[in-house]
Design a binder for this molecule. Structure first.
Ligand code: 4NP
Length: 150
């Protein structure tokens, strides 16, 4: 099983989602990666504020490297989680068929059914990152529980 976390920049939200889900699953069974739909920060480490909030929760995401989402990710991954509706629309825009479309989910629909979004914290103060961490952490609890049952 391969899971891809996707946001816009791949430096704030999806690196947290990658680190959080990795901490909750068996790495020999579930591979987790992240990517961004935008190409602004390719090759960079996560935003220092994401590294800091992860560290405060006992996770080290500092070695992650930003990359851009590509069409081939539809072939490589079983599940693709978008952080917000704009990410979702951008990913779906690259889908080649219904099989691709069906792999893409809004991450907070794992814990709520009303298309809620993980807000982009890039222009926020640091407390925005803790809020985002908590939302993603709850969703990843649910994702991990479901995947481990398979
Ligand atoms: P992310 O946040 O999508 O959670 O990684 C952003 C990071 C950078 C930019 C936008 C969003 N940016 O425009 O550079």
């Amino acid at each position: 099983m391969k899971v891809l976390m996707v946001c816009l920049g791949n430096i704030c939200r999806s690196p947290l989602a990658e680190g959080i889900l990795k901490s909750k699953v068996d790495a020999t069974k579930i591979y987790v990666d992240s990517a961004g739909t935008g190409g602004y920060h390719i090759g960079n480490a996560p935003d220092p504020r994401s590294i800091k909030v992860a560290h405060e929760h006992g996770l080290d995401i500092s070695a992650q490297v930003c990359r851009k989402f590509t069409v081939s990710d539809f072939d490589s991954f079983d599940l693709i989680f978008a952080m917000d509706k704009s990410n979702y629309t951008n990913i779906i825009g690259l889908a080649r068929n219904n099989g691709d479309v069906e792999k893409v989910k809004l991450i907070l629909n794992e814990i709520s059914s009303s298309d809620k979004e993980v807000p982009d914290p890039y222009y926020d103060a640091e407390d925005g990152f803790e809020h985002v961490f908590q939302m993603i952490d709850q969703a990843c609890d649910s994702i991990a529980a479901r995947l481990q049952r398979k």
